[in-house]
Design a binder for this molecule. Structure first.
Ligand code: FEO
Ligand code: CA
Ligand code: CA
Ligand code: CA
Length: 630
């Protein structure tokens, strides 16, 4: 039975705040009709131009000729383990609850830890991660997005917190983990006594920096200056800057706030972000009053940002970069334009929200101080046109009627004001290192063509989000005009429409021609390029392996050749897990991969098997012969 404790973010938001019913049904029908005309046009790999023969693709087997994959695609699987192509192996590196401080206790499968043990251990439900290397040392920085309450409190009656320490354990399992790792005898392990190891939690002091810093909407009783705050939580995807810092992105920050008075009405601005009088079962307001939104209504305005962290200085204060906007941040893909301007692409992962771009006022300096690179710049939201052109709409004071600080705090309202394109839940953005183009995973959107977004904006099907009740998701790419990431215009097409050609042959739910019985998947989420320009795709979708999702198996990781459109399945995860987070060791002989929420509905014992508690973690994948990956 699902209770509110194990509803995921989407389901909970749906239950708590059903968006208003669609009012313009005619518009939906019109779009559905015209869609048949434009789908063929926007698909990058339409039937006529597809370079890989359908026969070879249908078998899901690597072509015999030389290719850029370096592995044979594998079949779907429902095994409670990691499945890889022939010639590859995996090992766990660090799991939820593993100690990362000297003297910290090992994970206890009976109690599942305490607040104190969790604060000195790897957090739960790891998501985005980056690798940093210096002077022969290797550091992983990993987001710990949230907790499965049924698992962390699985030792308690009804899987509910029995005492305040249980709630604090959950709180301390959130945030970011910085951990040094080393390869010894061919195996990766945590350097438990490294001085670099650090837990950044919802209680770590942080700066509120940038255009909104000091604004009245950021001031609270504890911080009348509106310039400093405590902590980060629900860190989903990530980013890595050319100057060696880590970006942790705050996504579903809203689900942690509640009001002692359940009749309390939150403001329309907080409602747009899903802040309500009840939380999602974490109970933080019981142990920390700032999460009571009736008492501290500005506290939620201090979350929903991109947080910059210096992994090499464990005493550094993380900085919330308000100029990059406030929304349910997925990741932050940092690219340098040809002139050195710093550009950051960012998705807002909620049905019918937007895709954003930040263009810094400053240029990157290879030898200089880049601490101000994310301090000020222009923010844009994307508009996709039917003729496969597009425009970045500036969120300026003139265009939105809001001040720049208000735009940074109520960014969703600003993007609605300029009428950007409502998207099918933008997850990760990744930019090709060998070509000036970027990709975004639009994971799914059952409300497309059904209901407006939380701001009441129309979400009829549109060229970039062409399928109503979008079950499977799509990957869209854009090419900035003039091969310049600072350009405010671009062309675009769809790299892949996920689908199920076995169940839905002949309809748009079959997906694009590069989707076949051998590689089908749903809900693309994590995206990352390797240095050869191959696109790695991670999924966070429906793992029922039944009905619309029959034949897809567990969540998985695939690799796409962005030149030919061919997609192969590289890895399948354990039961009820999502694959998220990817980082290559500099020697390209190991890729670190995140396994999140195995057994979220009670049906996994990953990775230890038997009757053990399922644990999220980072695994290392390599070739059995130690060879190069890709
Ligand atoms: Fe945390 Fe949008 O995934
Ligand atoms: Ca995600
Ligand atoms: Ca997701
Ligand atoms: Ca997730």
């Amino acid at each position: 039975m699902q209770d509110e404790h194990n509803l995921d973010f989407d389901k909970f938001d749906e239950v708590m705040s059903p968006p208003p019913a669609v009012t313009d049904f005619d518009a939906v029908v019109d779009e559905a009709i015209s869609r048949r005309g434009f789908l063929g046009g926007v698909l990058a790999f339409g039937a006529g131009t597809f370079l890989v023969s359908t026969t070879a693709m249908t078998k899901g087997v690597a072509a015999a000729t030389a290719d850029r994959f370096g592995f044979e695609g594998i079949a779907a699987s429902t095994a409670d383990t990691i499945t890889l192509p022939k010639g590859f192996k995996w090992e766990p590196v660090v799991l939820w609850g593993d100690p990362i401080k000297p003297g910290a206790p090992a994970f206890d499968h009976d109690t599942r830890g305490t607040a104190a043990s969790q604060e000195t251990s790897f957090g739960d439900n790891n998501d985005g991660m980056s690798i940093f290397t210096r002077d022969g040392r290797t550091v992983l920085v990993v987001n710990n997005e949230y907790t499965n309450r049924d698992i962390i409190w699985g030792n308690r009656p009804d899987n509910k917190p029995a005492e305040d320490d249980d709630i604090m354990k959950g709180k301390m399992a959130h945030g970011v983990t910085v951990v040094e790792v080393t390869s010894e005898g061919g195996r990766w392990k945590v350097v438990q006594d490294s001085a670099l190891n650090r837990r950044i939690t919802p209680d770590t002091e942080m700066a509120l920096e940038g255009v909104a810093s000091g604004h009245d909407l950021l001031k609270t009783a504890a911080d009348p200056t509106g310039t400093k705050t405590l902590g980060t939580w629900n860190n989903c995807g990530n980013g890595q800057t050319p100057w060696g810092t880590y970006l942790a992105c705050e996504e579903n920050f809203n689900g942690y706030f509640s009001a002692a008075d359940e009749e309390h009405k939150t403001s329309p601005e907080l409602s747009r972000y899903g802040v309500r009088s009840t939380d999602w079962g974490y109970g933080w307001a019981k142990v920390d009053e700032r999460f009571d939104v009736s008492k501290h209504p500005n506290e939620p305005n201090r979350a929903g940002y991109v947080v910059e962290i210096d992994p090499w200085n464990p005493d550094s204060t993380p900085i919330k970069r308000t100029s990059l906007g406030r929304f349910k941040h997925e990741n932050a893909d940092v690219v340098l334009a040809a002139d050195g301007t710093v550009v950051v692409y960012m998705g807002d992962d909620e049905r019918g929200e937007y895709l954003y771009k930040f263009v810094s006022d400053r240029k990157y300096s290879a030898l200089g101080d880049n601490s101000g690179a994310l301090s000020s710049g222009k923010l844009y939201a994307a508009k996709f046109e039917a003729d496969q052109t597009g425009k970045w709409l500036e969120l300026s004071e003139a265009a939105t009627g809001m001040t720049n600080a208000e735009i940074a705090i109520h960014t969703r309202l600003a993007a609605s004001a300029v009428k950007a394109t409502t998207m099918d839940r933008p997850e990760w953005v990744a930019s090709n290192p060998v070509k000036v183009e970027s990709y975004v995973a639009l994971t799914n959107n059952k409300n497309r063509g059904v209901k407006p977004n939380a701001g009441g904006d129309d979400t009829s099907a549109n060229p970039a989000n062409p399928r109503e009740e979008n079950l499977y998701g799509q990957i869209l790419r854009w090419m900035p005009d003039g091969e310049d990431h600072t350009a405010d215009t671009f062309t675009w097409n769809l790299f892949a429409l996920a689908g199920n050609p076995e169940v839905h042959d002949g309809t748009d739910r079959a997906g694009s021609p590069n989707i076949n019985a051998g590689n089908m998947f749903n809900s693309p989420d994590g995206l990352s390029f390797d240095e050869n320009g191959m696109l790695w795709i991670q999924t966070d979708g429906n793992y029922s392996n039944a009905e619309d999702f029959a034949g897809m198996g567990n969540n998985q990781m695939l690799v796409g050749d962005t030149q030919t459109g061919e997609i192969r399945r590289f890895m399948v995860g354990p039961n009820e897990a999502e694959i998220t987070g990817l980082a290559w060791a500099p020697d390209r002989r190991t890729v670190f991969v995140g396994i999140q929420h195995p057994g979220e509905d009670g049906n996994s014992h990953f990775p230890d098997g038997g009757t053990t508690v399922p644990r999220s973690g980072v695994i290392a994948v390599s070739r059995e012969d130690g060879g190069l990956l890709g």
